[in-house]
Design a protein around this ligand. Structure first.
Ligand code: NDP
Length: 479
């Protein structure tokens, strides 16, 4: 097992003073490292370090100096992508080839916001009152808190850090107790890039103690949270009590609608990838695939053929496409969903834990459940596992009704070769992202976030700048 990790506060690595937790490798169930559970005092030290850095230089740093630091960090992440990808892969089980891609994507994301650093400005507003000048300033909030889940730790930390820093905020990051190592490794690169001490801090720990202390801290001005909807509600309630700004990226139960006129081969492949990638532990997993009745059997055959060849195993092997679930509890939860569906639907593929060489890890087979009705538990709750439900529909109106019959609204997909239908349906889907004839395309330039119980606020695109800035109006009476 590796050594005990430390917190990164005020530009220094500090030994934790509270308890420690063990971080497990989900592929083997064996310990990887011990990490400290950040106490309220350590969270306070991190927030104070961030505030100091903000007040004493970072707020007034030139936009071009912020841009250059961000670009340097992007370069460092890209040039260390293989190594940092391995850290993430061992820690949370995503195949190494994909975690390298995640690191490269994180670097691109930073580059995009580096480009914004010197383009964030207000407006001048013409007034009807005589002899006046009115303009707005777009100012940073101060200290941002980033609460990051385990399922894509690197990119979801960067989605918050990059816009927050570009706008001139300092930040305290809390990675998940289930996979903190890639975010901690990222702090080495932050230091190497030359960010002033305290501009970026990281306190590891659990949600109940460390996460809560960060949410409650009066010195935090904005909380950017990615995680489950239930936790997001708690964070929002407590932030609301202090009138803190929040950005919440929460769960999903996204519908991928396949019409009979679509390219069925492409739809079957993308439906499989869209649900099984990262072992289904994606907020944007296309976990409900709605298929027009006339092509149902053909589509099912094709998606089963695709999933049967989806290579599940050791995430460090280059040919692996799917690793384990994050832990035993998650594995039990996923299998319980499948068991629950057995009564009313058909398990067309998978549905079991994998044994043999994989028996010590938390591996399940890619699973396809056919004949699902949208009122079944499997179609209503977020599973966060590689379980794809196929729901047949008769016509466009029914497909839209089923797609929207969920508390969530993160993403949706439309597969059709009818241009008119594609746009018509895209407008009707109640979700923050709609893909047409593809799935999973996420880019730094575009806003990402949820409708309904999938969240508040947007990460990505120019919209994320709104989360990390506040507007001041300046009214000048001229003589
Ligand atoms: P959780 O909601 O359990 O945790 C998310 C983060 O919040 C973790 O860092 C966690 O810490 C922390 N946390 C937990 N409780 C509290 C608390 N009371 N106060 C402050 N922080 C707290 O989610 P998971 O880690 O299980 O992630 C999976 C969920 O995230 C899924 O539901 C998924 O849909 C969602 N998700 C959403 C995405 C989106 O962009 N919309 C993207 C990725 C995931 P710790 O882990 O240490 O307990």
């Amino acid at each position: 097992m590796g050594a005990t990790t430390k917190h990164f506060i005020g530009g220094e690595w500090r030994t934790g003073e509270g308890s420690t937790m063990t971080d497990l490798n989900p592929s083997t169930g064996k310990p990887l490292a011990e990490f400290p559970v950040g106490t309220a005092e350590e969270v306070d030290a991190a927030v104070r370090a961030a505030r100091d850095a903000f007040d004493n230089g970072w707020r007034d740093a030139t936009p071009s100096s912020r841009r250059k630091l961000l670009l340097k960090l992007a370069d460092l992440i890209a040039s260390n992508a293989t190594e940092i990808g391995k850290v993430a892969s061992e820690d949370m089980g995503m195949p190494w080839a994909f975690t390298i891609g995640e690191a490269m994507f994180a670097a691109e994301y930073i580059e995009y916001y580096a480009g914004w650093a010197d383009k964030i400005h207000g407006d001048t507003i013409p007034l009807s009152a005589p002899n006046t000048l009115d303009y707005t300033l777009r100012e940073p909030i101060g200290v941002a808190a980033a609460i990051v889940p385990w399922n894509s730790p690197l990119s979801l930390a960067i989605w918050k850090m990059a816009p927050a820093l570009a706008c001139g905020n300092a930040i305290v990051v809390k990675p998940s107790e289930l996979a903190p190592l890639a975010v901690l490794r990222l702090m080495d690169l932050v230091a190497e890039a030359g960010f002033p001490p305290g501009v970026v801090n990281c306190v590891s720990g659990d949600g109940a103690l460390t996460g809560s202390a960060l949410v409650e801290h009066p010195g935090v001005g904005v909380i950017a949270f990615t995680g489950g909807t239930a936790t997001g509600r708690k964070v929002a309630e407590r932030a609301g009590a202090q009138l803190k700004r929040v950005s919440l990226e929460l769960g999903g139960k996204s519908a991928n609608i396949v019409f009979a006129d679509a390219d069925i081969d492409a739809a079957a492949v993308q439906a499989g990838v869209g649900c099984f990638i990262n072992t289904g532990q994606q907020c944007i997993a296309g976990s409900r695939v709605l298929v027009e009745e006339s092509i149902h059997d053909t589509f099912l055959e094709k998606v089963i053929a695709f999933a049967s060849n989806w290579a599940t195993g050791d995430p460090l092997q280059p040919t692996t496409q799917m690793g384990p679930l994050i832990n035993e509890a998650s594995l039990e939860r996923v299998l319980a969903f499948v068991d629950d569906a057995r009564g009313g639907a058909e398990i067309a593929l998978g549905g079991e834990r994998l044994g043999g060489d994989l028996a010590d890890g938390y591996f399940v087979a890619p699973t396809i459940v056919a004949g699902v009705r949208n009122d079944m538990r499997i179609a209503r709750e977020e599973i966060f596992g590689p379980v794809l439900s196929i729901i047949p529909f008769r016509d466009e109106a029914e497909a839209i009704a089923i797609a929207n019959d969920t508390e969530y609204g993160l993403a949706g997909g439309v597969w059709t070769n009818d241009l008119h239908r594609a746009h018509r349906v895209a407008r009707q889907i109640q979700a923050g992202t709609v893909w047409v004839n593809t799935w999973l395309a996420v880019n730094p330039q575009t806003p990402f976030g949820g409708y309904k119980a999938s969240g508040i606020g947007r990460e990505g695109g120019k919209e994320a700048l709104d989360v990390y800035t506040q507007i001041k109006n300046v009214y000048v009476q001229l003589r």
